[in-house]
Design a binder for this molecule. Structure first.
Ligand SMILES: Cc1cc2nc3c(=O)[nH]c(=O)nc-3n(C[C@H](O)[C@H](O)[C@H](O)COP(=O)(O)OP(=O)(O)OC[C@H]3O[C@@H](n4cnc5c(N)ncnc54)[C@H](O)[C@@H]3O)c2cc1C
Length: 381
C-alpha cells in the first residue's frame, strides 16, 4: 500500500516536470517541501524526532517509486533519508536535532557531507582538516572537494588528533564566518560542485557531532548512505529498461517492431536478470537492517551489484533506443550520466571490492606501502 501510494503521488505531482528537473543544476527544493508534507522525508527516523518511524526498506521502495516517474526527484528522497541526515539523526543531540534536523525534515534546508579532500579521496582517513581546541569549542581549518556548494549546512569530517582515532565530525552552516566556497564546476551529471574552505571557522561545543574516536560510527552511518546510492543506481537502470522496452514495442524497422529482433531480445533478457539480482541483494541489505544501519558486508555487495547494473542497463537501454536514446528528448542519457557517478561516489567500485576481500578472508589488507624495518640493511650496489 505504501509503495502504491508513493507511486500515485509521483505520477500526479512529479511526472510532468521530470525532464526539466533533470536539466536544472539546482537541487529541487520545491520538491523537498512537497515531499516533507507527504511524509517522504525522514521515513526511517523516529517519530519523536519528526520522522515517520519506518524501515530502511520503506525508504528504498520510496526511491524506486519516485524514480520511476522523476529520476531527479529520487535524489530528494535519498537526501532526506539516507546520507548525512541519517548520521545526524542517529548521533545528534536533542538540541542538534532541533536546530539542524528539523529544517531538513521540513524541506527548508539542504545538507551535504564534506568528507573528501584534495589529498584524501579513497584514503579518507588521510584527511587533514583540523579541529583545534579554542575555549570550549574548536577552530576548523582546511578544505574539502566535491560537495554540493549550495547546501545550507555541512556535516564536516575533521581531525581532532593524529591517526584514525583522531577523526570525528562537526556541523557547520554556510553563513558561519570563515566558511567559503571556491569556483563552481560541473559534474558529468550536470550537478554543481565546488571546493569549500574553512578559515579558522569557530565551532561551538554544541555543534560537535562526533568527537575524536567517532570515525567508526560515522562509517556505520555511511552504510545507510550507500544503500541510498545503490537504490538510485538500480532505479535509474529500471527507468531506462522500461523506456527501452516501450520503445522496442512501438518502434519498427525492416517492417517489424524492434522487440522481434533476437539481437535485442537477448539484451533485454540479460538486463532483466541483472536488475532482478541487484534488487534482491539490495532488498536483503535493507530488510535485514530494519530500522537500524545496514550491515557492512551486505551493503558492500548490494552497492557493487546495483552500481554496475544501473550503469550497464542504462547504457544498454540507450543503445537500444538508437539516436533518440542519445538525445535529451528522453531521460535515458541523463540516467547513464548519473549512474556513472555512483560507481565512484560513496565508496568506489574498487574500494568496495577491497573491502569485500577483507570480509572474505577475514583479515585486513593495508593499502599503504610496506614500512621499511628500522634496521633493514641498505641495498648494496
Ligand atoms: C557524483 C559524485 C558526488 C560526490 N559527492 C561528494 C560529497 O557530497 N561529499 C564528499 O565529501 N565527496 C563527494 N564525492 C567524492 C567521492 O567521495 C570521491 O570521488 C571518492 O571517494 C574517490 O576519491 P577520489 O575522487 O579522490 O579518487 P582517488 O581516491 O584518487 O581514486 C582514483 C581511482 O583509483 C582507485 N583507487 C584508489 N585507491 C585504490 C586502492 N587502494 N585499490 C584500488 N583502487 C584504488 C579509485 O577507485 C579510483 O578509481 C563525490 C564524487 C562523485 C563522483
Amino acid at each position: 500500500m505504501f509503495r502504491d501510494s508513493v507511486a500515485a503521488f509521483a505520477r500526479k505531482e512529479l511526472a510532468a516536470g521530470a525532464l526539466a528537473r533533470a536539466h536544472t543544476p539546482d537541487f529541487p527544493r520545491d520538491v523537498a517541501k512537497l515531499m516533507a508534507r507527504t511524509g517522504l522525508l525522514g521515513i526511517t527516523m523516529p517519530e519523536v524526532d519528526g520522522g515517520g518511524g519506518g524501515t530502511l526498506m520503506d525508504a528504498v521502495l520510496a526511491i524506486e517509486q519516485v524514480a520511476q516517474y522523476c529520476p531527479r526527484s529520487a535524489d530528494v528522497v535519498a537526501e532526506g533519508n539516507f546520507g548525512a541526515i541519517r548520521v545526524l539523526a542517529h548521533f545528534g543531540s536533542a538540541d542538534q536535532k532541533r536546530r539542524f534536523l528539523a529544517p531538513l525534515l521540513s524541506g527548508e534546508e539542504v545538507i551535504a557531507v564534506a568528507m573528501t579532500e584534495p589529498n584524501a579521496g579513497s584514503a579518507t582517513t588521510d584527511l587533514e582538516t583540523t579541529a583545534t581546541p579554542d575555549g570550549e569549542g574548536f577552530r576548523i581549518n582546511g578544505s574539502k572537494v566535491f560537495p554540493n556548494p549550495h547546501a545550507d549546512q555541512y556535516l564536516v569530517y575533521v581531525r581532532y588528533g593524529p591517526r584514525v582515532d583522531g577523526i570525528g565530525s562537526v556541523m557547520i552552516r554556510r553563513d558561519t564566518p570563515g566558511f567559503s566556497t571556491g569556483k563552481i564546476s560541473k559534474f558529468m551529471s550536470g550537478a554543481d560542485w565546488a571546493p569549500i574552505f574553512f578559515d579558522n571557522v569557530y565551532v561551538p561545543p554544541q555543534d560537535v557531532l562526533l568527537s575524536a574516536g567517532g570515525f567508526k560510527k560515522q562509517i556505520a552511518g555511511f552504510n545507510a548512505e550507500r544503500i541510498g546510492n545503490a537504490t538510485r543506481s538500480l532505479a535509474y537502470g529500471q527507468y531506462c529498461f522500461d523506456a527501452a522496452r516501450d520503445y522496442a514495442m512501438t518502434r519498427s524497422q525492416f517492417g517489424r517492431p524492434l522487440c522481434e529482433f533476437q539481437g535485442l531480445q537477448w539484451k533485454f533478457a540479460d538486463m532483466k536478470v541483472k536488475l532482478d539480482a541487484a534488487r534482491l541483494l539490495l532488498y536483503r541489505a535493507a530488510t535485514n537492517a530494519d530500522k537500524g544501519f545496514p550491515a557492512a558486508d551486505e551493503t558492500t555487495i548490494a552497492k557493487l551489484m546495483c552500481n554496475q547494473t544501473g550503469f550497464d542497463v542504462a547504457n544498454e537501454a540507450l543503445q537500444i533506443m538508437g539516436g533518440l536514446g542519445y538525445t535529451q528528448e528522453t531521460l535515458v542519457e541523463y540516467c547513464v550520466r548519473r549512474s556513472r557517478g555512483w560507481m565512484i561516489a560513496g565508496g568506489s567500485i574498487e574500494m568496495l571490492k577491497n573491502r569485500l576481500a577483507e570480509i572474505i578472508f577475514e583479515r585486513r589488507f593495508s593499502q599503504r606501502p610496506p614500512r621499511m624495518p628500522p634496521h633493514s640493511p641498505i641495498p648494496g650496489p
